[in-house]
Design a protein around this ligand. Structure first.
Ligand code: TTP
Ligand code: MN
Ligand code: MN
Ligand code: MN
Length: 413
């Protein structure tokens, strides 16, 4: 049999921002294996290695069919030696020893559990792991002094590690919309992050807020957060300047922009009643089923389908957060991220916060290496012309970068 007969299933460009990467793909086993190694590299703060595995996984996500033999991958970009070795092993043996060993490793399991606490990054988790702390309960017992974020993270650990459904995101959207409308009429709010890319579940809910009159958005975040806090809807919040402004993101921008671009990390208290009201009033017929319950939300909001239970390449098997044990919960905690952008930067903010993280990284890499431009969530800077390029839409930004437009649903790299 000629191995070349099944060569080149398709030819694909090497930057993820040059390709469509759909949510549904055809190589779940291979992608799952590579994602474990990527995750392990990231938890070990080996960023380069993590990105290499993520790029390989993303390439497989954009393939139009299932791979049966490694030979079919010949000529495709993004697949380094290590990734190819893993792919071959999975295809030939049905599994990969390195992946299995990683999954079983005490360190990997502990690092995952500890970084699963909101406010805990790999550095802190590693320090604790080396002190013998492997789980959130170990941490609780240890008597370590925790910061405010970590205290909240530990307190709401279970909730925050349950996937957030689209129905829950929609319920929060209505409330944030109301908050924004009360404090600044005319302000606009957009669902960003994974839900904008069409995901049915997420680890949090992300919104971008702006106002069509430039400057009116100033001070908006503080007002929105105060409104939500006054209603008792925030279990935790921390408002910060955008991290991109700390100097790592290309040429300095005028100080006026610096004070305007704000971000809020928070933990939202979503009540069953709020969720029920949203799923009742929505015009989407698919979420208007089973509305005969009084104290708990409809089943459509409760049940997580098999595909939606899959997060970060790992299948979680669990009952719904809303119906634990015999009773039903009256509320749950949900991670909520808010970003406010001036209208003139809205397109850049939208593109920068829709993700995926790898897609964003690839866009910036393309800009620098292929166009000598610096892309951020604020602007696009052309180093040859020494000029900031304006754009009013994502389509315009792709055009300025010399890229085919990829809609949000194709950015699931
Ligand atoms: P996340 O909410 O972390 O990821 P997600 O929404 O893609 O996935 P999930 O469903 O698990 O929540 O981040 C949203 C996007 O925001 C992400 O693609 C990258 C982007 N982003 C940051 O995370 N931090 C920043 O400072 C900027 C500018 C963008
Ligand atoms: Mn290697
Ligand atoms: Mn998100
Ligand atoms: Mn987020």
């Amino acid at each position: 049999e000629d191995p070349d007969a099944e060569l080149a299933v398709v030819s694909l460009p090497s930057y993820a921002c040059q390709r469509h990467t759909p949510l549904q793909h055809h190589n779940k086993g291979l992608i799952g294996a590579l994602s474990i190694l990527a995750e392990n590299a990231e938890l070990s703060e080996n960023e380069g290695r993590g990105v290499a595995f993520r790029r390989a996984a993303a390439l497989l996500k954009s393939l139009p069919q299932e791979i049966g033999r490694a030979g079919q991958l010949r000529g495709l970009p993004c697949l380094g030696d290590h990734s190819l070795r893993v792919i071959k092993e999975v295809l030939e043996d049905g599994g990969c020893r390195e992946v299995e060993a990683t999954k079983e490793s005490e360190q990997f399991k502990a690092m995952k559990a500890l970084t699963g606490i909101f406010g805990v990054g790999p550095k802190t988790a590693d320090r604790w792991f080396r002190e013998g702390i492997h789980t959130p309960s170990d941490l609780q017992r240890s008597g370590h002094t925790l910061n405010r974020a970590q205290q909240a993270g530990l307190q709401h650990y279970d909730d925050l590690n349950l996937p957030v459904t689209k129905a829950e995101a929609d319920a929060i959207c209505l409330i944030v919309e109301r908050a924004v409308g009360e404090v600044l009429p005319g302000a606009e709010i957009t669902l960003i992050g994974g839900f904008r890319r069409g995901k049915q579940t997420g680890h949090d809910v992300d919104f971008l807020i702006t106002h069509p009159e430039e400057g009116r958005e100033e001070g908006l975040m503080v007002k929105v957060v105060s409104w939500l806090e006054a209603q008792g809807l925030l279990l935790y919040q921390k408002t910060t300047r955008n991290s991109y402004l700390e100097g790592k993101d290309g040429p300095a921008r005028p100080p006026s922009n610096m004070d305007r671009f704000e971000r809020c990390f928070s933990i939202f208290r979503l009540s069953a009643e709020q969720l029920r009201r949203t799923t009742h009033s929505t015009t989407d017929p698919s979420s208007r089923v089973n509305t005969d319950l009084h104290t708990v939300p409809p089943q459509s909001a409760l049940r997580r389908s098999d595909s939606s239970a899959q997060m970060d390449g790992q299948v979680r098997v669990e009952s719904s957060v809303w119906s634990q044990g015999s009773g039903s919960r009256s509320w749950r905690a949900v991670r909520l991220d808010l970003v406010v952008s001036p209208y003139s930067q809205f397109a850049f903010a939208l593109l920068g916060w829709t993700g995926s993280k790898l897609f964003e990284r690839e866009l910036r890499r393309w800009a620098v290496h292929e166009r000598a431009m610096t892309l951020s969530s604020h602007t696009l800077y052309d180093s040859r012309q020494k000029l900031y390029l304006r754009a009013g839409s994502e389509q315009e930004i792709f055009a300025l970068l010399g890229l085919e437009y990829i809609p949000p649903c194709g950015r699931n790299a």
